[in-house]
Design a protein around this ligand. Structure first.
Ligand code: NAD
Length: 310
């Protein structure tokens, strides 16, 4: 058996198409486009790539996108002052501070910076206000990655109500909001993590299995009930050819692309799972593209809500 592939790239394009008329209507009605501020502190290479994609897609969607780039020596107080300025800027509807923040800013930096963002502009859905709204199933801005997963499941006709969903990973940005969103759609939800005993046996009871761990190929066929829907949130970079061969086999076309680029992205789900699962999200091309598409949707939503509240 080979699983149905849930194509996140294609759905992301559909979501972008759906935004265009709403962005045009907003811009015509208010004399300005929705505004997104991207804050990038430090020189993490992956963060630069992510912020570049967000800038491009925001501009393509018709948004105003401002990038605030700062060195990793930026004091925390300056970052907080920047957030305060963006909070007060009437042309900015969404503020995204790219994670991770530089270690030199201190262990509390991320929490303090995210807490400083006006919840009405918190397009990542990380503030306590928006997390609380999510838990209570009230309208609010929801973390983009899990929101994208739900969009993919719903539009792929994966049955959520009544299903047993196992979410592996309990982070604030993926695992926990993912579990809440599945619960609100009437799944029976189990959150598993690094201290869950006998994880493969538990995972193999899932109708929907979400892997958000950050370990290449962690989820093997032993974790998967035949026919289950497997969502692979993980993004891991392999840089050693031996690892690529072990992951995909020596005959895989991935080897050629690895040799051309020097690295390749893989998920938390081992490729052999495709022989057991009923549906699966690929990496790349699954959850990743949806995250940015949902960021755009959140920004437009934030803009619409802000103007409607005067
Ligand atoms: P995280 O490190 O904050 O959390 C990882 C979670 O995995 C933890 O809750 C931990 O308990 C669990 N875990 C770790 N080892 C485990 C083990 N041996 N057994 C069971 N559980 C274990 O990571 P995160 O920010 O939630 O990200 C998870 C993965 O998703 C990463 O690969 C990240 O790159 C990726 N990610 C992808 C997107 C996207 O757009 N597709 C967005 C965010 C994160």
């Amino acid at each position: 058996m080979s699983a149905r592939v849930l194509d996140g790239t294609r759905l992301a394009a559909t979501l972008r198409d759906e935004l265009h008329p709403r962005v045009a209507a907003f811009t015509a009605a208010h004399g300005r486009p929705p505004g997104l501020a991207l804050v990038l502190i430090g020189d993490d290479p992956a963060s630069h790539v992510y912020v570049g994609s967000k800038r491009r897609q925001g501009a393509d969607a018709g948004f105003r996108v401002d990038i605030h780039e700062h060195p990793d020596t930026m004091p925390l107080e300056d970052a907080l002052a920047l957030v305060a300025t963006l909070n007060a800027d009437p042309g900015i509807d969404g503020i995204l501070v790219q994670s991770p923040l530089p270690a030199g800013m201190g262990p509390e930096a991320a929490r303090r910076v995210f807490d400083a963002i006006d919840p009405a502009k918190d397009v990542d859905g990380f503030t306590a206000e928006n997390v609380g709204r999510l838990v209570q199933n009230r309208p609010g801005l929801v973390a983009c990655t899990p929101a994208g997963v739900i969009e993919l499941l719903v539009r792929s006709d994966v049955r959520i109500a009544g299903a047993h969903a196992v979410v592996i990973g309990r982070s604030d940005i993926v695992g926990k909001p993912m579990a809440m969103l599945l619960l609100h759609r009437h799944a029976t939800v189990t959150i598993a993590h690094s201290r869950t005993p006998d994880l493969p046996a538990l995972a193999a009871t899932a109708d929907i299995l979400v892997a958000a761990i950050g370990r290449p190929g962690f989820v093997t066929p032993a974790f998967v009930k035949p026919g289950a829907c497997v969502v692979d949130v993980g993004i891991n970079r392999l840089t050693r050819e031996a690892d690529v061969v072990e992951f995909f086999g020596a005959a895989s076309p991935r080897l050629a692309s690895f040799r051309a680029r020097g690295s390749t992205l893989v998920g938390d789900v081992h490729p052999a799972v495709a022989d057991v699962a009923g549906a699966i999200t690929p990496v790349p091309g699954g959850v990743g593209p949806l995250t940015i598409a949902m960021l755009m949707r959140n920004t437009l939503q934030a803009a619409e809500w802000r103007v409607s509240q005067g």
